[in-house]
Design a protein around this ligand. Sequence first.
Ligand SMILES: Cc1ncc(C[n+]2csc(CCOP(=O)(O)OP(=O)(O)O)c2C)c(N)n1
Length: 564
Amino acid sequence: MGITGAQALVRTLEEEQVEIIFGIPGGAVLPIYDALNETNIRHVLVRFEQAAVHAASGYARTTGKPGVCLATSGPGATNLVTGIAGAYMDSIPLVVLTGQVPTSMIGTDAFQEVDITGITFPITKHNYLVKDPNDLPRVVKEAFHIARTGRPGPVLIDIPKDVAAGICSRGAPERVELRGYKPTYKGHPNQIRNAARLMQEAERPVIFVGGGVISSGATEELRKLAETLSIPVATTLMGIGSFPENHPLSLGMLGLHGTAYANYAVTEADLLIALGVRFDDRVTGLVEKFAPRAKIIHLDIDPAEIGKNVEVNVPIVGDVKLVLQSILALVEEKKNEEWLAKINEWRERYPLEYGNKKETLRPQYVIEELGRLTDHQAIVTADVGQHQMWAAQFYKFARPGSFLTSGGLGAMGYGFPAAIGAQLGNPEALVIAVTGDGSFQMNMAEMATAMENNLPIKILLFNNSGLGMVRQLQHFYCERRYTAVEFTGNPDFVRLAECYGAAAYRIQSPEEVVPVLKEALNNDRLTLVECVIDRDEWVYPMVPSAKGLDEMIQYRDVEGKQNE
Ligand SMILES: Cc1ncc(C[n+]2csc(CCOP(=O)(O)OP(=O)(O)O)c2C)c(N)n1
């Protein structure tokens, strides 16, 4: 006697301590949904499968546990693809379950059949097509192991309907043993010694941090290293939160829309200590001009990252936390007074600025106030566009895992579903989704999911009546020939939110910002705050394409000049 494959699947999910599954049912997953009747695992019914995978990502990023989502075969599975690709690029642990047509029909172009393991092969850390129900418990266990160990990432399990309905008489193995999969955690002692020596000797060092520091839980070691050796810290978009942005050594974000002082510091640095980063082109600008005077130490758990985009002097493959602990044991306190004075000079001369046009509603000001009113402690998700960059620049994040955005893929529509996952994983936290009118419209139907689950998420919607970031690109690169970036058919977002049962406010002037935000933040319901902003608001600084970081365009060069 055995249980069904679907029952075995659910039992193994219980063993893996899964609390929540995000999904939408369909014919191919009927046996799995039927088995969900027998468990306490919560199923959150979303309105679009893409939201299920983004929500699973938001859950994973704020709890440290793999997020789980479930979709039917064919269109259900393809709707997950964007979220899987995003999780792959951002190294987020997910276990993605998809239904498949019965094994006998695979390859016949059956109703709702797609080759989802083929489609997701390049965007998953690993994937499985399960052909025998007896394999399910082992496969599920392996999937969780692969998703969360080494460099985290999404793992997909495709389950044909007859496999889910068939009999499984085998349990999960005690231990996962995968030949050829042995992530390196410790780092090579010689390279660690080399790195420590270079750090001790450097005169103009900069630490440059990515999401790997957050996923390895190395924020405390990072702070110790920075403070011991007096080294300033710049982060990528994914690294935001790994180092408190109010710390005197924080340089904020680096790169395309990074702070001027971070970009200058990296350009002048004699040593760049890159921790859990992948040297994305949004960060480096023109690679040939990136950190031209610096030796580079690159520490990452994934050997494939090292030397991929930039040449490295000291490569270290290992877990950031463990390797930093070894390095900390080797270094002694040091003050880089001259270098820090130079950086402070840049910081004072070239701050993040947006001018004095205080009579109109400025998005940067709204984000600054949001940071202040929430004591920089909320979990903030952002979609993709100008609003995302203003959130990254002006909120001043203090905690790891408090800024969630689609970093590598840059997928609009990520922010609100990710907030749903974050709120479900952190019921007590204040969760705020910062979004644009373009991005929000990609997944705004999820307001129904948030209402159904009593999630008191705050949606801060910047409405510039169009696709602001693309408009900005057309302004700077296409001589203001604006094409396909204006929305004339936007809904009344306040009334729309109210239709779903949410509370809603509209802000049109700066005086309204603080009182409305205070009311919204004290509300225990889903609440939307729409900020009506000028469409000619740009994100500064901005590194022009194919330029070095120090060749960025700053507010002062353009609008500051005009206003003089
Ligand atoms: C799914 C997807 N489609 C298209 C793009 C290209 N894109 C990048 S930013 C942007 C505009 C975003 O507009 P909105 O969400 O209103 O934000 P804003 O820039 O106005 O703040 C677009 C279309 C994208 N990043 N993702």
